[in-house]
Design a protein around this ligand. Structure first.
Ligand SMILES: Cc1cc2nc3c(=O)[nH]c(=O)nc-3n(C[C@H](O)[C@H](O)[C@H](O)COP(=O)(O)O)c2cc1C
Length: 457
């Protein structure tokens, strides 16, 4: 059976790690060295992504510094000093016009009222460009900043997340779209029939409402998720409109795509109402050699303390101290590690890589997909994944910022456009319109509509 080529377009997000995604990015002379707390740097990156007609810019978050061996941490700035993404995006909103602004907030260490208010406000401030990456906190150390000794276990945190999102959505519907009359003649500011009090009482939250912000321009800001567990993917299938992931192989990505679309359908939603966008570390050169040299510079810059820390974490906390950087692991150790059958590192032991080769292989992009080559090489890979229905788009993670994104925009985007795979102008005004996901109808207006439609004539 032949599958017809897709007629929709690739979606693009820019995943911004301040100095770049590569673990040694900050050591590259092109990197903005103080990027984590340099506002103008973020503005420059946002404007570049917007010049490249990206759907969205995405910022991950944790409410903690990175936890680990300080000898490694002192050589790796990521997640050590960085802005609150909501504050950052409020500033960026004023300096951009089209690009979607997707920030991360955890449901584990926040309250729904605050989150509903912040994202509704960002949606207004940006003219309908806000998105919320709903996470349950990947870093257990966040617990220690919020009066807990231990992080919630997986099922508990997703149980809380489901109720959290339900409350936030309810609060966003507090005001119907046309609730504010602002009519001087009748001296009526709003129509009380179009103001709704949530009165939520659940297992985790008790929230009366209503929200003190008018309904967001997008109805609800766009909801993104990045879950990987079964429980997390089921929650995403019920609520997410954008799904981020890290899948390095095409077959794995096709399986993930089919699985998520099936879960979405099972949850009673149209499969197209969620856009699947895995990470893509694209290292672009004007020639293949130039691209390889860029990558090699970064790989060679990984400090052994950082490489070993990351490798040890990936290997479940394995003590690497007995093993020198440049000798393969002894046979019995390699065999023991292979018996775990974890595909993430099985092949590294099978191929008898040394610790240095392993951490160079793993640490640079933390096992995520890296594609190195000319603009055509990268566009070929993107086209293959898109046409294979492995993705709806990509979360581009430039290795070094700001230059990695500039190169992607100047070199790869025009090739995608020439091939008819990517937009040549923004289709809409809001993030929802550009992504092609529906604006939700206010639940109360919907109920009223249904009552009218069902009333006898
Ligand atoms: C692209 C991507 C971005 C993520 N961003 C964050 C983040 O900013 N903060 C966070 O706590 N977790 C983040 N995560 C982790 C996920 O939310 C999730 O916890 C992880 O994929 C494991 O899935 P699970 O929660 O279903 O076990 C991210 C994951 C991916 C793939």
């Amino acid at each position: 059976m032949t599958v017809s080529p897709r007629t929709d377009k690739i979606k693009l997000g820019a995943f911004i790690h301040p100095t770049g995604n590569h673990v040694a990015a900050w050591l590259h002379p092109d990197a903005q060295i103080d990027a984590g707390t340099n506002f103008e740097h973020y503005v420059e990156v946002a404007q570049t992504a917007e010049r490249g007609l990206f759907d969205l810019m995405f910022i991950a978050d944790a409410i903690t510094v990175r936890d680990g061996d300080v000898n490694a941490l002192k050589r790796w700035p990521q997640y050590m000093a960085f802005f609150d993404p909501m504050i950052l995006f409020s500033g960026i909103a004023a300096r951009t016009k089209h690009i979607g602004l997707v920030a991360t907030s955890t449901t584990s260490y926040n309250e729904p009222y605050n989150i509903a208010r912040r994202y509704a406000s960002l949606d207004h401030v940006s003219g309908g460009r806000a998105g919320w990456n709903v996470v349950t906190s990947a870093n257990a150390s966040e617990a220690w900043n919020f009066g807990r000794e231990e992080h919630y276990e997986l099922n508990e945190r997703y149980d809380r997340a489901v109720e959290f999102v339900q409350v936030v959505k309810g609060l966003w519907d507090s005001w119907e779209d046309d609730a504010f009359l602002r009519d001087r003649e009748s001296a009526l500011y709003f129509d009380p029939a179009k103001l709704h009090t949530l009165n939520h009482k659940g297992r985790h939250f008790s929230v009366k409402g209503p929200l003190n912000v008018a309904r967001p321009p997008q109805g609800h800001p766009v909801l993104a998720h990045a879950a990987a567990s079964d429980v997390g993917k089921d929650v995403a299938a019920r609520t997410a409109e954008v799904m981020f992931s890290h899948v390095p192989e095409l077959e794995q990505a096709m399986a993930f795509y089919a699985d998520m679309k099936a879960r979405v359908a099972k949850a009673g939603r149209a499969p197209d109402s969620i856009k699947i966008m895995p990470g893509l570390n694209a290292i672009v050169g004007r020639t293949r050699r130039e691209a390889q040299e860029k990558h090699q510079f970064l790989q060679d810059s990984i400090h052994p303390d950082v490489g070993r820390e990351l490798l040890s974490n990936a290997l479940g906390g394995m003590d690497l101290s007995p093993y020198p950087d440049d000798q393969p692991f002894p046979d019995d150790v390699a065999e023991r590690m292979m018996s775990h059958k974890n595909p993430r590192y099985f092949h590294m032991f099978r191929d008898r890589l040394t610790p240095r080769e392993m951490y160079q292989h793993y640490a640079g992009a933390r096992g995520q997909r890296t594609v190195i080559g000319t603009a055509e090489d990268i566009a070929d890979q993107m086209e293959l994944w898109f046409q294979s229905r492995a993705v709806d788009g990509f979360l581009v993670q430039p290795a070094v910022l700001p230059t990695g994104l500039e190169e992607f925009v100047d070199l790869v985007v025009p090739v995608l456009q020439e091939r008819g795979l990517f937009r040549t102008e923004y289709e809409g005004r809001t993030l929802r319109e550009n992504l092609g996901v529906e604006r939700p109808v206010n639940r109360y207006a919907h109920e009223a509509m249904e009552k009218t439609a069902g009333a006898p004539v």
